[in-house]
Write a protein of this length. Structure first.
Length: 685
């Protein structure tokens, strides 16, 4: 087994090698490389498959009790400063490696069907491989500096993939927005890293945590400074994992192709933020104020994302706000000290959210055969309905994903979400109440999405609805509001929407097979973390926590308490599903009447709590006004001072040239007058 650990560095290197080789082919012999598109895809998928096999072997070894393995070499040294680079394999690393490689592999298989006719097919595979490599490198990093390097590589890859269709303005704008918002969080992370190194003299996670707590206890640094460092570090995960107030980039990132939406939302970029919180747990857990900030930020983000998701008609943006909400659960769990519960939800969410996003891509793929290559119409649930009879595999797997995320037993999301809610109730009843209410809203908007897409009659051939959407008409009864598909956006779409078929069709096997495979962990993987036999917690608990403490936690299981808490969470989910059924399946409740009865709340959700408008006015327009004022200062003050100096030089030169007449007697007279003036001045003083 030790030999496997010595070759663990291959896990991030294999997909990096694939991306590099295919990228060089695109640069040097692009025509040949693009002609051999499927050969390139098979090559990249095979390399990632090798990384996945090695990751599974490492996870199995860790499950069987192999100690943490770390390999480092000195990368830089100056005096007493030494910086090592390498890789580490522990329980957390092994788990994340398997999650990333399995989801990424299925996304790559799915990509072959989804991007089959795209001119950038090979380039997309190269980006996917580089993205996977960056995330895997981040996961195995043994210190904070190496994490930061791969952290930025993950951000760069997300920029390339979100803006993959860069010739479309919305995609280019979304990529820039994602890049800028993440730079804000990354700058805070960098300041936090530097602050922690200044205080502790180390970039190692455990050493930083122990030294920081010791310094605070001894009074060497103030508690305020420790809180500041911890919150600055948290800004990085807040941006990557789309937490309030840096959440605004994630819905816009849906402008990228659906496979990358699935990869970003399930196992790579947004998972990186939660992973870093877990990795930095030795620092955070000793700073209670920072833990409270993390917990309340997560709880508010969970509620925020859910309340916005109820008005989305773009199927991908609805899932995007769902991801924001579920990430809020994970962050809240980390903040209340439910370390294993947060990571458990990260794992279960990775599989069912990947399946949901890939399912939405399958729906879009089928809808394009009817409405044409118009992303606004192909993604709008008001153009869907009745797809279950046309797309049976997609509908069944999407339903499984809805049941899992809604927290119904025995699906995976029930066990992980219930674990978070149970520990939140014990730690802070207010946070539990927010999470509990959010669980009901989650069930409502997910089944609203399912019923609007797969049940009822198919609306894709209704030209009247199509024209009303494109014209921005208000005659159309909203599915609880037009949501992300703003009528102004629809009116601006200029793509050809000529129908190619009268009905949608099921996606090819390369797209449906990953859905079927992902359905299995979405249903069953939660069974490894049941409260009465929590194998997941026993495996993933922080290494410094003793086995005795874990055994004591397991012994604390109270069956009656579990049934009360689990029953209440299932109950609120069933209420949400029932409301969605009454509105969108049976038509007993008119959603537009509710929207008209509560116009302020409706508008708040419809306009995404006005965050984009506020940010535009304060930061975009505000910075533009500031830039114009700075330009005025530059023009009038800085340039004015320079121009005045030049003018003074010119005038003085013009005046002095008349004194340069070449007569020695005149020069002597001037010197005499100057000396006499000095004598008079100093004589008077």
């Amino acid at each position: 087994m030790e030999t496997i650990y010595q070759y663990a560095w291959l896990i991030p290197v294999l997909p990096l090698f694939g991306a590099m080789l295919v990228g060089l082919g695109l640069i040097s012999v692009s025509e040949v490389t693009n002609r051999l598109r499927q050969l390139n895809a098979v090559f990249i998928v095979s390399l990632l498959g090798g990384a996945m096999a090695l990751s599974i072997a490492l996870l199995w070894s860790q499950i069987n009790g192999h100690p943490t393995y770390t390999y480092t070499l000195e990368w830089a040294a100056a005096g007493n400063f030494h910086l090592n680079m390498g890789y580490t394999i522990d329980h957390l690393t092994a788990l994340m490696l398997v999650i990333v490689t399995t989801v990424a592999l299925l996304v790559m298989v799915y990509t072959d069907g989804y991007m089959a006719h795209d001119a950038g097919y090979v380039r997309f595979y190269a980006y996917l491989s580089l993205f996977s490599s960056s995330m895997l490198g981040l996961v195995v990093s043994p210190n904070l500096v190496q994490i930061y390097i791969f952290w930025e590589l993950v951000g760069m890859c997300s920029y390339l993939l979100v803006g993959f269709w860069y010739d479309r303005k919305p995609a280019a704008d979304a990529a820039q927005k994602a890049f800028v918002v993440n730079r804000v969080g990354d700058f805070g992370l960098l300041l936090g890293i530097l602050g922690l190194f200044w205080a502790t003299g180390s970039f190692e996670f455990e050493i930083m945590g122990d030294r920081l707590h010791g310094l605070v206890e001894s009074g060497s640094i103030s508690n305020v400074l420790a809180i500041l460092f911890a919150i600055l570090v948290f800004l990085g995960p807040a941006a990557k994992s789309a937490q309030f107030p840096l959440h605004v980039w994630l819905p816009d990132a849906m402008e990228g192709p659906t496979p990358i939406s699935a990869l970003i939302h399930a196992a790579t970029m947004v998972a990186a933020g939660v992973f870093l919180i877990a990795r930095m747990y030795p620092v955070f857990e000793g700073v209670p104020a920072a833990m409270n900030v993390i917990a309340y930020t997560g709880a508010f983000t969970a509620f925020l994302g859910a309340t916005i998701a109820i008005t989305q008609n773009d199927i991908k943006k609805g899932l995007a706000y769902s991801t924001i909400s579920q990430l809020g659960y994970m962050v809240m769990a980390m903040g209340i000290g439910a370390y294993s519960a947060g990571l458990f939800h990260l794992m279960t969410h990775a599989y069912f959210k990947a399946m949901l996003f890939l399912g939405s891509g399958s729906v879009i793929h089928g809808m394009e055969s009817v409405v044409g290559h118009d992303p606004a119409l192909a993604q709008d649930m008001r153009m869907m309905g009745g797809l279950r009879k046309y797309m049976p595999f997609t509908s069944i797997t999407f339903l499984i994903g809805c049941l899992a995320i809604s927290g119904l037993p025995p699906f995976a999301g029930f066990w992980s979400k219930d674990e978070i809610l149970g520990q939140a109730f014990a730690a802070n009843p207010l946070l539990w109440a927010i999470g509990y209410l959010t669980a009901g809203i989650t069930a409502f908007y997910m089944f609203r999405m399912y019923f609007s897409t797969f049940e009822g009659s198919f609306r894709g051939n209704d030209d009247q609805i199509k024209q009303q959407l494109k014209a921005g008409s208000n005659i159309l009864t909203p599915n609880f509001g037009p949501g992300a598909m703003d009528t102004r956006e629809l009116a601006a779409v200029s793509h050809d929407t000529h129908s190619h078929s009268s009905s949608p069709h099921e996606s090819p096997w390369t797209m449906t097979l990953p859905l079927v495979i992902l359905a299995i962990p979405s249903m069953l993987i939660g069974l490894v973390g049941t409260p009465y036999a929590n194998y997941f917690e026993e495996f993933i608990h922080p290494q410094r926590e003793s086995a005795i403490a874990i055994a004591e936690k397991a012994a604390e299981f109270n069956q009656s308490e579990f049934f009360v808490m689990a029953g209440s969470s299932v109950g609120i989910s069933l209420i949400g599903i029932t409301l969605a059924s009454l509105m969108y399946l049976w038509g007993k409740i008119d959603p537009s009447a509710i929207a008209q009865k509560f116009p302020s709340l409706y508008a708040l959700s419809l306009n995404k709590w006005y965050f984009d408008e506020v940010y535009d006015r304060v930061f975009v327009q505000g910075l533009r006004r500031l830039a114009r004022q700075v330009m005025e200062v530059d023009f009038r003050v800085v340039d004015g001072a320079v121009n005045l100096t030049g003018f003074f030089t010119l005038v003085s030169g013009e005046g002095l040239k008349y004194l340069e007449n070449g007569r020695a007697q005149f020069y002597a007279l001037i010197i005499f007058a100057a000396v006499l003036g000095l004598v008079v001045v100093f004589g008077v003083t």
